[in-house]
Design a protein around this ligand. Structure first.
Ligand code: 13P
Length: 249
């Protein structure tokens, strides 16, 4: 597991894209890596496109699922296991994305179980945390983020969480065009690192929420921001590469 805080920029395509787009976009990313870009790149395509993405990604761009089951097999219609993801060539998975929490009712406990299943199966989890606008306005941001982290720490242990990648994605900044200011994001990233104690010093913490080529540099230059988890802006190769370039050390 890479924990030297090399900048990491990840693309969450959500439910977007097709085979042609996947090939074209990933080819552009491979070119970017071969051209000497120093950030680590990971793509989270829709699961059905993973084969095409893995084939195009060679070994220089990481590939992951957007969600996995906490179970290893069985009667769970529509779900995918960690073992299946690994066999398909995934080395990563998102876990606890706010859309999974809000739209599919994923609880902190399920998120924690998925996190444990991922690490047990040798995949790198990107654990997503973040508050809603209502929670921020009520002054509860730290409390919410701390509780989301604590649920996973309780089940997996602090070293396991510190060894993973964490993505701070304020729900109010996702897909809204309203990004957290660099100061707002930095404050929460610092808080997350503190929650992990000494071991958190090496944890990569990504910012997500309306990241694009124009705001990436200011966000990524904050001391506790180690890259980004990018939705909309990752669907356009040039825009995403400009975001990636903003993460260069
Ligand atoms: P947007 O970049 O589209 O706001 O999405 C962020 C996100 O949810 C990434 O996981």
């Amino acid at each position: 597991m890479n924990n030297d805080r090399t900048p990491l920029v990840a693309a969450n395509w959500k439910m977007n894209g097709d085979r042609a787009m996947a090939r074209q976009l990933v080819n552009a990313l491979v070119e970017c890596v071969n051209g000497g870009c120093s950030a680590e790149l990971v793509v989270f395509p829709p699961a059905i496109l993973v084969d095409s993405v893995v084939a195009a990604a060679a070994s220089c761009v990481g590939v992951g699922l957007q969600n996995v089951s906490q179970h290893s097999s069985g009667a769970f219609t529509g779900e995918l296991s960690v073992g299946m993801a690994a066999e398909a060539g995934c080395r990563w998975s998102l876990v606890g994305h706010s859309e999974r929490r809000a739209l599919y009712g994923e609880t902190d406990l399920q998120v924690a179980a998925k996190f444990v299943a991922l690490q047990a199966g040798g995949l790198n989890p990107v654990l997503c945390v973040g508050e809603t606008l209502e929670q921020r306005e009520a002054g509860h941001t730290e409390q919410v983020v701390a509780a989301q982290l604590a649920a996973v720490v309780q089940l997996a242990g602090v070293s396991a969480v510190a060894a993973a990648v964490i993505a701070y994605e304020p729900v109010w900044a996702i897909g809204t065009g309203v990004t957290a200011s660099p100061d707002q994001a930095q404050a929460v990233h610092k808080f997350i690192r503190q929650q992990l104690g000494e071991q958190g010093q090496t944890t990569r913490i990504l910012y997500g929420g309306s990241v694009n080529a124009s705001n990436a540099k200011a966000l990524f230059s904050q001391p506790d921001i180690d890259g980004g988890l990018v939705g909309g802006a990752s669907l356009d190769a040039q825009e995403f590469i400009n975001v990636v370039n903003a993460a260069e050390r």
